[in-house]
Design a protein. Sequence first.
Length: 187
Amino acid sequence: MRSVTRLLEGMRQRRHHRAFRIEPPAWTGPQLSQLETLLSEALAHARGDIEPETPTAAGQPEPSHPPAATDEAALVKAASELWRARRRFNRNGEPSTARDKQTGRLLDKCAEALDDAGLRIQDHEGAEFNPGWTVEVLAYQEEMALRVETVIQTVRPAVYLHRRLIQVEQVVVGTPGKDHEARSDHA
């Protein structure tokens, strides 16, 4: 078979003048094996044995698995906006209409889904302030009605991703008023 192929190639070359004849390629061992590998892969793709890789814009094939690193900034933003929406919605107490109740349930389900995925949102509003917490105190505000330091406002919630803090909570702490301190000293 190979001799027949060589004979046909020789006859084709002899049809032309010697100056226009093209010499057969002088493939080296590694080049020939690489060419055979590429041809066998092309044949396998043509038969459908191998899925073709879809090139990206840069010409590189896309990885078959999603990227391992999560975009923490996007998660923090989504969690913070969900927290704000739930606070605005629940600010006036119980929802008044059926649509409000449905919206509240959807926000709760969204928070539960994030919690199940390892993203937890936390705020300490209304709790007695503990200086050992990992929070950023934006201001201390004197409040006559308070007996102990209390978180009176959360500006930004704490966000944890798989128990790792990725956003520090920002709070305003209410302190007991001077009148309360004077009354407790005399009592």
